[in-house]
Design a protein. Structure first.
Lengths: 289, 315
């Protein structure tokens, strides 16, 4: 099969001598099919593989850049950082984990929020970063999402949530759990105000995030092949004592079982979101911006 | 069954019983000696239960003799009629509900249900509800709203069931919907953790105007065992995990994550289930009166405000 694969990838593979000469970071290698392309070309393809359409895991920086016109947006509550209300220590103190994560990722916590125009119409977006302690939901994540929803409601701007999370942040225990309640309360108010909410579930979305805001969209949509579930596959495997079938808890599986409105290719995300919103926001007038 | 720290207490109790029997049998006057041991017993009990570690409290919350949801409902309410099914897939035996009266006032009861012996435990799926359980609960809540009945939920679950069918039928969606919709219920909602309050499985019926915990219960985002396995990569650190999670009623009240603690009989609800049930009945009755004094809009607004204020961040 090797020769066939190589032939199929023609046009995107690169001569070896070029690769050697290129500085680090100039080339992207697909984790699924190992196709190598220029990082820039990969980026221009919405961080998806031109060969197998693998959707690379990306963060808030990339999603904002993909969604907002000219990457212009105003960030909300950017300075919020985690406190340590429980003085939690497992194998190391929680504040040390937070500090290390801030240093490693350049982010303040596992979600960023902002508003800007998407194909000319305002949208409030909150987007999770998996790189920050597994995209876990603590007080900062809950609070920033809550405030972003409030912002959307007060300014009559649709809200979009991009989820990517392993679930709760254990180091905030009870506080972490109550973020599910807080964000859902705000979504109840948003729904009452008839401001649309699009929930985009990306790879992976599990645990408390799935059991709160991620599943509460007027539209629940997902990227192809994302892992979406309440319990993680390992826990389910241990509970039932057997292996899970292929594709279990994939976005396609969740769609088939009726919990997603549609699956969206990332390259079409912006236009599809904008088109959808344009048809359901005629009753809204943006306030105070 | 006895927990480790219950053993010395039960030993003293049986010694007192023996001495009393001997005294009666032989016509001896052992009153002074018995009194002395009884004083010791009181001291030992107070000592033991005032110094319980968090892990010991978790053990008490799971005590196999502890009263469960239906035990309480059947004791504190009259005319109770159980209602089954989610009108969609099936009836979930791990989640029960129905209408009963407390002091002549009709109430909608909903709660997780555990089983007492091996067979019942399986029948009740160890108190782990599937999506249909949460949907059944929501159906009953909307019914309560329609007929203007206050809602009382009793929480006692090691977690929502992590099975294949639960995923196929949208466990996450079911819990999420309950959480959101409970905020908008127009009737008073009282939520009481009577045993284990594990994570989303607990929260799915725990959004209320008053959220309370019995004294020897726990409520957190994860069980100490699972926390140990994830953070310490071993099942052996459950005691440490319980301490770190600060998951007791006292902790949760201190953090402002619950409204009230309901005291249990010394030694736990299982020592004197009847007096526990009576206390619960009074608390529920009084709380319903208190909540009924407010308008529906007021209650909803306060409910939302309360949960919205939960969390600690550095600005
Ligand atoms: Zn590929």
């Amino acid at each position: 099969m090797a020769w066939f694969n190589r032939a199929e990838k023609k046009g995107v593979t690169t001569p070896t001598e070029l690769k050697r000469e290129a500085p680090d970071g100039l080339w992207y290698k697909c984790a699924e099919c190992k196709t190598v392309i220029l990082t820039k070309a990969h980026q221009d393809n919405a961080y998806t593989c031109p060969t197998c359409n693998y959707h690379e895991k990306i963060g808030s920086k990339e999603y904002f850049e993909l969604l907002f016109d000219n990457n212009e947006f105003t960030e909300l509550d950017a300075t919020l950082t985690s406190a340590d209300p429980l003085e939690f220590t497992d194998t190391k103190p929680y504040p040390d984990r937070v500090k290390a994560s801030i240093k490693k990722t350049g982010l303040n916590d596992a979600v960023r929020s902002g508003y800007g125009k998407v194909n000319g119409a305002y949208l409030v977006v909150a987007c999770m970063d998996f790189s920050f302690i597994g995209g876990s939901m603590g007080s900062v994540v809950g609070e920033k999402i809550a405030r972003a929803i409030d912002f959307a409601r007060l300014h009559q701007i649709p809200f979009m949530m991009i989820s990517k999370s392993g679930g709760a942040r254990m180091m905030e225990a009870g506080y972490s759990l109550m973020q599910m309640a807080k964000t859902s309360a705000k979504l109840a108010l948003l729904a009452e105000a008839k401001v649309p909410y699009i929930s985009l579930l990306t790879d992976p979305t599990t645990g408390g995030v799935t059991a709160s805001y991620a599943m509460l969209g007027d539209f629940n949509i997902a990227e192809p092949k994302s892992l979406i579930g309440f319990a993680g596959p390992r826990v389910i495997r241990e509970t039932i004592g057997k292996d899970l079938p292929d594709g279990f808890q994939s976005a396609e599986f969740v769609l088939e079982h009726g919990f997603l409105d549609f699956i969206v290719d990332r390259k079409e995300l912006k236009d599809k979101v904008a088109d959808l919103l344009s048809m359901i926001t005629k009753h809204l007038t943006v306030q105070g911006i | 069954m006895l927990l480790e720290f219950e053993k010395p207490i039960v030993e003293l109790e049986s010694r007192i019983a023996e001495m009393k029997a001997t005294a009666a049998e032989r016509g001896l006057d052992l009153a002074d000696s018995i009194k002395a041991i009884e004083d010791n017993l009181v001291k030992l009990k107070k000592d033991t239960y005032s110094r319980l570690t968090r892990w010991q409290r978790v053990q008490l919350s799971r005590h196999p003799d502890r009263p469960y949801t239906l035990d309480y409902i059947q004791t504190i309410s009259s005319k109770f009629i159980e209602l089954y099914g989610d009108r969609n897939v099936k009836d979930d035996k791990a989640m029960v509900g129905g209408i009963g009266e407390i002091n002549g006032e009709p109430v909608m009861f909903i709660g997780h249900q555990k089983g007492r012996n091996t067979k019942q435990r399986q029948y009740r799926n160890f108190g782990m509800a599937n999506p249909e359980g949460y949907r059944k609960a929501l159906r009953l809540m909307k019914m309560a709203e329609k007929f203007n009945l206050p809602i009382v939920t009793l929480i006692d679950t090691p977690g929502a069931f992590p099975g294949m069918e639960a995923e196929e039928r949208g466990q996450g969606e079911a819990i999420a919907r309950n959480i959101r919709d409970m905020f908008m219920l127009k009737v008073p909602v009282i939520c009481i953790v009577i045993g284990e309050g594990a994570s989303g499985g607990a929260l799915g019926i725990a959004i209320g105007d008053k959220v309370m915990m019995l004294e020897y219960t726990w409520y957190s985002v994860i069980s100490p065992e699972s926390c140990s396995s994830i953070l310490w990569r071993s099942w052996d650190f459950k005691q440490q995990a319980a301490e770190a999670l600060k998951l007791t009623a006292k902790d949760m009240e201190k953090f402002g994550l619950i409204d009230e603690i309901i005291k249990e009989p010394l030694g736990g609800a299982h020592i004197d289930p009847l007096s526990m049930a009576k206390k619960l009945k009074k608390v529920i009755h009084d709380t319903i009166i208190e909540l009924k004094a407010q308008s529906a809009d007021e209650r909803i607004e306060k409910r939302i405000e309360k949960f919205s204020a939960m969390g600690v961040v550095n600005e």
